[in-house]
Design a protein around this ligand. Structure first.
Ligand SMILES: Cc1cc2nc3c(=O)[nH]c(=O)nc-3n(C[C@H](O)[C@H](O)[C@H](O)COP(=O)(O)OP(=O)(O)OC[C@H]3O[C@@H](n4cnc5c(N)ncnc54)[C@H](O)[C@@H]3O)c2cc1C
Length: 400
């Protein structure tokens, strides 16, 4: 054993929202956990619509009380067909109260969410922090050894790879990914506006992709505008006043006069799914396991369910937390949830892009049915916020 080597039960690599949540959930369950996190190169200006299960989980972990003042409830979701096509779908408004909820979830800026997670992580006795990068990951028979940028070594029987899209842990475990790219990019920018949003998130479906306004506290909203990559770059390069005008035009002025914040983000749209979510003493969570387009607010909600699942399985395990049986159980439990969400997002995006008349008709007819048939409408709303696929206890507010 090297002089600097430390041991613990689980090492989490990556301190984004998924990794922080996994580390907190593990430590809260009494598991000796180390979190290795390198600061991200650029600040994150994205926001996340956290669905009810995610909010319940963060509440149970003692994070939500640190975050809630920065979050806006989503009381309703409106879908508007803004295409100029022959067959257009009716406007549909889904209200959370129809399924007995005050809100479908809450929208929060990632920087506030991460700050709340950081503050909670700092207060947990079973959580050791290493504020540097993992440089090398070596998988042995009964443990994984991680060499850090600062020369230290940590070893544990299980590693949670929460190190994002280019995951080092995933590569070390020899897990490949399936990727699909789309001819689109998302521009993200936060806005202030003259009229209140009334807790309604509005999605304009255009031929290039969705243009989505999601409420933030006060008269503010976040925008995710999916367009062709060159158009996203053009919009991101506009001065504040011109971008504000362009945004107001695309939003049909429903929020009145708009001003835009300085920070903008441009993200190429892609789907990337790991062929295995766990292998060789490595469990993948968040974007290390699955990247999906920012359509329908699924990405991080899946990441939080990954984090809750691994914490629950490790807390319930009597012995080796990196045993093949536990890894197989994790992979099985996450597979249906991730693949069904990836397919749904892909399908919606493709029907928007399609110029084929029957496809447009099917989308319009689908929305028409959702608008008219109460039980179907409520079933779809419930599945959106509370998926039928097996859910970890934490999503119901119970600690692992
Ligand atoms: C435009 C847009 C809008 C979105 N909107 C929503 C939404 O409304 N709802 C939703 O649920 N999801 C949404 N998502 C998805 C969501 O943002 C992501 O799922 C989420 O940010 C991923 O979190 P993560 O912790 O898995 O990864 P990341 O945030 O990428 O974190 C990975 C971390 O690992 C660190 N790291 C990497 N390598 C190492 C290493 N070797 N050693 C140590 N640390 C390392 C990185 O520095 C980083 O901090 C959106 C995505 C986009 C692009």
């Amino acid at each position: 054993m090297g002089t600097h080597r430390k041991t613990c039960e689980v090492v989490v690599v990556g301190g984004g929202p998924a990794g922080l949540t996994a580390a907190i959930a593990l430590a809260a369950a009494g598991v000796a956990t180390a979190l290795v996190s390198r600061r991200p190169p650029a600040p994150d200006n994205r926001t996340t619509a956290l669905l009810t299960g995610s909010v319940a989980a963060l509440d149970a972990l003692g994070v939500w009380n640190l975050a809630r003042e920065h979050a806006a409830p989503l009381a309703a979701i409106r879908i508007v067909d803004d295409t100029a096509r022959l067959i257009r779908a009716p406007e549909v408004l889904f209200r959370a109260e129809e399924i007995g909820l005050e809100a479908f979830g809450h929208n929060i800026e990632n920087r506030h969410l991460v700050a709340a997670l950081e503050a909670r992580a700092a207060a947990l006795a079973h959580l050791a922090r290493f504020e540097c990068g993992a440089a090398r990951v070596a998988i042995g028979e009964d443990r994984v050894t991680i060499w850090l940028d600062n020369g230290e070594e940590i070893a544990a029987p299980l590693v949670v790879g929460a190190d994002g899209r280019g995951s080092l842990c995933r590569a070390a475990a020899g897990i490949e990914t399936e990727t699909r790219s789309y001819p689109q990019a998302a521009l993200t920018v936060n806005l202030a506006h003259a009229r209140p949003h009334a807790g309604i998130s509005t999605e304009f479906h255009t031929e290039a992709g969705p243009f989505t306004l999601v409420p933030l506290p006060g008269n503010r909203s976040s925008l995710v505008c999916v367009v062709e990559p060159l158009e996203a770059e053009r919009l991101a390069g506009l001065d504040d006043a011109t971008l504000a005008e362009e945004t107001e035009r695309r939003a049909h002025s429903i929020l009145g006069r708009i001003t835009v914040a300085a920070e903008r983000g441009v993200f190429r749209l892609a789907t990337e799914t790991a062929r295995a979510f766990a292998h060789s003493r490595v469990v993948l969570v968040g974007e290390a396991a699955h990247v999906m387009p920012p359509i329908g607010a699924q990405g991080l909600n899946l990441g939080l369910r990954d984090a809750a699942t691994v914490a629950e399985l490790v807390a319930d395990a009597r012995e080796d937390p990196g045993a093949p049986a536990l890894l197989a159980r994790y992979d099985r439990q996450r597979r249906l949830d991730v693949t069904s969400r990836t397919l749904a997002v892909d399908l919606l995006n493709r029907t928007l892009l399609s110029d084929v008349l029957p496809v447009q008709g099917a989308r319009g007819f689908g929305l028409y049915l959702l608008d008219r048939i109460g039980p179907l409408r409520r079933a779809v709303m419930r599945e959106g916020v509370m998926p039928l696929a097996a859910q970890p206890r934490l999503m119901r507010g119970e600690l692992p």
